[in-house]
Design a protein around this ligand. Sequence first.
Ligand code: NBP
Length: 643
Amino acid sequence: MNRATAYREIIVVLGVSGSGKSTIGAMLAKHMQVPFDDADDFHPIVNKEKMAAGQPLNDEDRTPWLETLAYHIADRSRQGGGVLACSALKEKYRKALVRYCSSPVRWVHLDGSRELLEERLSDRQGHFFKPHLLDSQLDTLEPPTYGWRLDIKEKPEAIVSQIIELMKMEKADFGLVGLGVMGKSLVLNLASRGIAVSAYNKPRTGEERVAKEFAAAHADRDNLQVYDDLPQFLESLHSPKKIMLMVSAGPAVDAVLDELIPQLEPGDIVIDGGNSHYYDTKRRVNFLREHGIHFVGCGVSGGEEGALKGPSIMPGGNLDAYSAIAKYLEAIAATDKNGRACCTYIGEEGSGHFVKMVHNGIEYAEMQLIAEAYLLLRERAAMTIEEIAALFSEWNQGELQSYLLEISAELLPFKEGDDYLVDLIYDAAQQKGTGGWSTTAALDVGVPFSTVSESVMARHLSALKPLRVIAAAKYGRVCVPDDVDRTSLVESLRHAYASARVVNHAIGFEMIRRTSDQYAWQINLSELARIWTNGCIIRSGLMEDLVSAFEKFPDTHLLLIDTYVELLKAKRQGLSSTVAKGIEAGLSLPVFSASVNYLNGFTAEQSSANIIQAQRDYFGAHTYRRKDKSLDQIFHTDWTKHS
Ligand code: NBP
């Protein structure tokens, strides 16, 4: 349908002296609006003098020159691509040139007869190259077996046009199905990294033409093709095909796979970038394996903007398949503070989608904590929206920094006319499933997951708006003592928030560790925290700290790591008193409450579970174990017979 250009690649125009590589390279760079470099300018003086003296360069002379160029090309690729004119006569020179380059590289070989080359060289004035060195160059030349070979008989303008046409006709390296919110952004992200990408959206009935409209909006990009015809889309892709699905989770993924599978070949790779359930992903990995097709279940986090500028990417499934697509996913991912891609192989089967699901669970609870903090500040401390926004903004400058806090501070003062928009928003939270799935998964694995499950339930409770309105009228407001010391409430809340976040992250990461152990996925928690430091919704200062915490103590529950023990010992009082003050004021603070309950339960040597066990044994003869006997032994008592 159409192509669009976003030049982030490196193009090397190569050939012997006199082939016109500098002229053509410069014209091409001008057309592409990228920087141009002439490799000759990078020769050390000694090399130039040697060539000027009519002596051919040997490999030893070329080594430092190629190394300098290799670093320069790597810089260009990081900065957005460029065109290099370079003789690059031998295969080993070409390999050396691009050894540090992460962008795709295209090779354009300008080839011509010896007579024409000599004629051109003889016409040259003031160039340090002597025409009789041509023979040495032609002897050295190992023409590349890849890239494009163009005859220099044509005028430079015609050769440049040919290169542009060839770029347009090139098959795409990466395909994407589903031009919804995320799909569109990811396609533009891929294209902007110089990746030749092809996109498909099924034709819609009615007036709307998603693919055509997207194609028209990005008609200026030569490395983007857009289709609403599946066979054409598949034909536009290099084999083995690499196709990412960005469609709604559930039946839509199976519907797309049903259409795709008969048209794919063994070795092709399908990547599901949506929020699919990890059980479905496991099933699909196995099903596609029967057809020789690889399936990568890949969590993507960052929303529309993240998908466009750099999301956090969590691929799981077959490792070989991941290796074949790693360079594309890593190219579009966000980068961490050390410049590494926020994308890493998670593990086998549905592990990528599993960690994305838990990520979303942690996100649910983090969102709810901010909402509860807002409620307490507004209702109990009688702070204005502007004051709360300012407080969140201040918190965000320090140890509490997080993306969610940042956006909350930003969205609160947003006004529509005289009204704050948040005051106009209907207070019934919606959800798409991942929070609930993670709660169910925690029940399956038998892991405490209370902060997340409470945040899911809080959304369900909020959805009972009509009943809540009736109940509010029937019950009235709780009688609240008015002696509020705002300063101390805010300070307690700050401690409560810092504590609850640590507890929530401890719960989330423990869920991942325990499930990983169960499935033998060997998920690296430090590496997972690293790819969650940027691009994703739960990125935060705390997440940065968790990278090194889990690196040093990979097998330790977060709440047993000294740093966090100290933090919670210093701040847990704020958590308890905040919850107490909120509850006594009739406010619902489910995730703050779940945090303090988890913390109190986790740090209690003696729990109340002995009573539960006694009750179970009383009514159901479920047996119990004893503290004063070996735990391998079980006991039953006839409780009706008192001694
Ligand atoms: P959208 O609802 O915006 O887009 C869904 C896409 O799937 C549309 O292009 C739709 O085509 C296509 N599709 C469907 Br539905 N059924 C199809 C079928 N049978 N064949 C081909 N295409 C089909 O969703 P989105 O927000 O882009 O999310 C996509 C996935 O990414 C979801 O799993 C979502 O949970 C996940 N995700 C979303 C976000 C986010 O912030 N939005 C973040 C992270 C992950 P049509 O529109 O023409 O019907």
